[in-house]
Design a protein around this ligand. Structure first.
Ligand code: XMP
Length: 520
């Protein structure tokens, strides 16, 4: 079981039954300054008791409670003396535990629904009697569990909300964590503060103080070697560790030949000169590009880059001499032991933060990951708290495999150079138009497609560049950005006029899902 923060008075444990919305529950709770952690539904009751939660939330999930091998928990959970809120499948778990009945309904409810609050309930306090909620269920409750009363109904779900207020157990059929549930935030807040009496004591200032103390306690007199990518996460991780242990931190920045234009020089300037970090730059471009020559499969590219990175990193570590800890800017969504992330999506893209070499170090207690409990927006808030520049803190995410997964198909130096120039133009024009902070990511993709064009009086047969710009809050879903036409025109004109080897620019108008943000 992951560690639960010991320094906050209030902590919510979310037992995950596999819903796509489980991470959203944690985010909503943390937005209300309460620490929340997701653990799989099969964690033992003993471990949950030891974690000393102030509240437990049972998440939704795709299963039907009566089907074979459906996820079940021990009824002991309800005897811990801790308030429980069950959401969707979590409601079914409660109903099943207290002898109620659930049925598959011919009227499945997906999307918006109206509920009517039937009786005075602290869960619904200060919310209107009729409200819009987000439903996503096939099964529904058909008979009330022992000791519970009905508090809200919808047209297709008579038992949309039930409770046993003396035992502090609440169940709701809808998803309060989804923003389409208009009163969802208020309902969660009622549960946390009115019903559970929690304190809003989770903030970045507290987090920083306790995390620095914890780093000092772990590292003692040891040295730490950190993998610095130049992105927000590893930069914030470097800063926090530097504040905690000073110059016993060494940062290794690997130039893998897959960086953006001028990135290496910028990184060296920023970290060495401005942040005063010990930065070791490794020029490994040739090694990476040789290994990648002729490789077209995206997953293969990722694997090669992941392996090569660890090799280069370990060689450098050997040169530094003794190092006691390895550090990286891993975030919460990367490590979460979530049932919903154990699906096929996990194998679509391999996780570079959890390669076997790192797992071995984790086992021997030699890994420092100060951000592993945070979401991206929390890391940004922490960066600001640490006094880091907004330019760095609000940098768009850049994937570990770098430009390798933005050159579609085979990677060559020439293609990388074309991509770099086009990407630089796009990002600069977006910044000039004041749009950079509005976007989650904006970048170029090189397509190995030759198309016919005409330049001067000459016929050309050259490459295509795709512009990708998306809006998102967490990269789980994303919308293509409706960029102003004049900005797109300027980007296209500049790329075609200034980047040799490109005669066509296209704009990607696909959202995630079903597309993804990256093309590989
Ligand atoms: P997708 O393409 O899956 O991307 O919609 C979601 C977010 O993850 C980033 N991404 C990666 N980051 N290694 C990384 O470190 C990868 O292999 C990788 N693939 C995608 C992507 O840039 C977006 O922010």
């Amino acid at each position: 079981m992951q560690s639960v923060k010991e320094t906050v008075a209030s902590k919510v444990i979310i037992l995950d039954f596999g819903s796509q919305y489980t991470q959203l529950i944690a985010r909503r709770i943390r937005e209300m300054n309460v620490y929340a952690e997701i653990i799989p539904y099969f964690e033992s009751v003993d471990n949950i008791r030891k974690a000393n939660p102030s509240a437990i939330i049972l998440s939704g999930g795709p299963s039907s409670i009566y089907e074979e091998n459906s996820p079940q928990i021990s009824n002991e959970i309800f005897n811990l003396g801790v308030p429980v809120l069950g959401v969707c499948y979590g409601l079914c778990v409660i109903v099943n535990a207290f002898n109620g009945k659930i049925e598959g309904s011919p009227f499945k409810e997906f999307g918006h629904a109206e509920i009517n609050v039937k009786s005075k309930s602290r869960l619904f306090s200060n919310t209107p009697p009729c409200q819009t909620v987000w439903m996503s269920h096939g099964d529904k409750v058909v008979s009330m569990p022992d000791g519970f009363e009905l508090t809200a109904s919808s047209a297709n779900a008579e038992f949309a909300a039930i409770e046993n207020s003396s035992k502090n157990i609440y169940g709701i059929q809808f998803h309060p964590e989804v923003h389409h549930s208009v009163e969802g935030k208020k309902i969660l807040s009622n549960f946390l503060f009115e019903i559970c009496g929690l304190e809003a004591d989770w903030n970045m200032k507290n987090f920083l103080a306790t995390e620095m103390e914890s780093i000092r306690r772990t590292v003692k007199d040891g040295t730490v070697l950190l993998a610095l990518s130049g992105g927000v996460d590893s930069s914030v991780a470097a800063k926090i560790i530097q504040n905690a242990i000073g110059d016993k931190l060494y940062c290794v920045f690997v130039d893998n030949g897959l960086l953006r234009k001028d990135e290496r020089a910028q990184v060296e300037k920023r970290y060495r000169d401005q942040m005063n970090l010990n930065v070791i730059t490794v020029d490994a471009a040739d090694r990476f590009l040789e290994k990648l020559a002729g490789v077209t499969d995206p997953e293969q590219k990722r694997k090669i880059i992941g392996r090569e990175f660890i090799e280069v990193f370990m060689e450098e570590a050997g040169k530094v001499g003794r190092f006691d800890f390895f550090a990286q800017g891993t975030l919460y969504p990367d490590v979460i032991e979530s049932v919903s992330t154990k699906g096929p999506s996990d194998t679509i893209k391999s996780h570079h933060n959890r390669v076997p070499e790192v797992l071995k170090l984790i086992e021997s207690g030699q890994v420092v990951e100060p951000l592993k409990e945070l979401f991206k927006d929390e890391v940004r808030a922490l960066g600001i708290e640490l006094g880091m520049s907004e330019e760095l803190v609000y940098r768009h995410p850049f994937p570990g495999p770098g430009l390798a997964i933005r050159v579609i198909g085979e990677i060559t130096r020439e293609r990388l150079d074309i991509l770099r120039e086009a990407d630089d133009i796009i990002v600069n024009e977006i910044k000039n138009a004041g749009l950079y902070r509005k976007l989650w990511q904006v970048f170029a993709i090189f397509l190995p497609v030759q198309s016919v064009g005409v330049m001067g009086d000459k016929r050309t047969y050259e490459n295509v560049i795709t512009v990708r710009a998306v809006e998102s809050v967490d990269a789980m879903t994303a919308d293509w950005a409706d960029l102003p036409k004049d900005v797109l025109r300027k980007i296209s004109n500049r790329i075609i006029n200034e980047v040799k080897g490109v005669n066509r620019v296209v704009y990607d108008i696909s959202s995630k899902p079903p597309s993804t943000i990256e093309w590989e």
